[in-house]
Design a protein around this ligand. Sequence first.
Ligand code: THU
Length: 129
Amino acid sequence: MCDYKQLMNMAKEASKKSYSPFSRFAVGASVLAKSGKIYTGCNIENSSFGMTICAERCAIFKAVSEGEREITAVAIYSPNADNCNPCGACRQVMYEFQEENNDVIIVTESMGELIIRKLSEYLPYGFKI
Ligand code: THU
């Protein structure tokens, strides 16, 4: 059983590593993989703005590069915004690594309370080959 509070705390910790000198919008994410391991990431910006990577994709790609193929839950946190939701690109990447017939759980925080939603609420009718 996963502790979403712990997952959120790890996303908060990861947001401290954010490299975001251009937007000054820090984001941290943590990913619970099917193996039970947790991977964290932060947004990493670049002078060539289009090269920026979001915290969620940073964490997911770390997981995949360590051999994970299925993700169970993702927590997202920004110290700069209440209820920081994943962007469209990150939703699509989560969809790619979703367990079959098992929605990825997305955990955000609003006013100190966890919000637990399913990926299908964020991305209905997702695309996958
Ligand atoms: N960002 C994320 O890390 N995740 C999201 O889902 C939304 C946006 C980052 C990208 C950029 O560094 C900053 O937030 C402002 O867009």
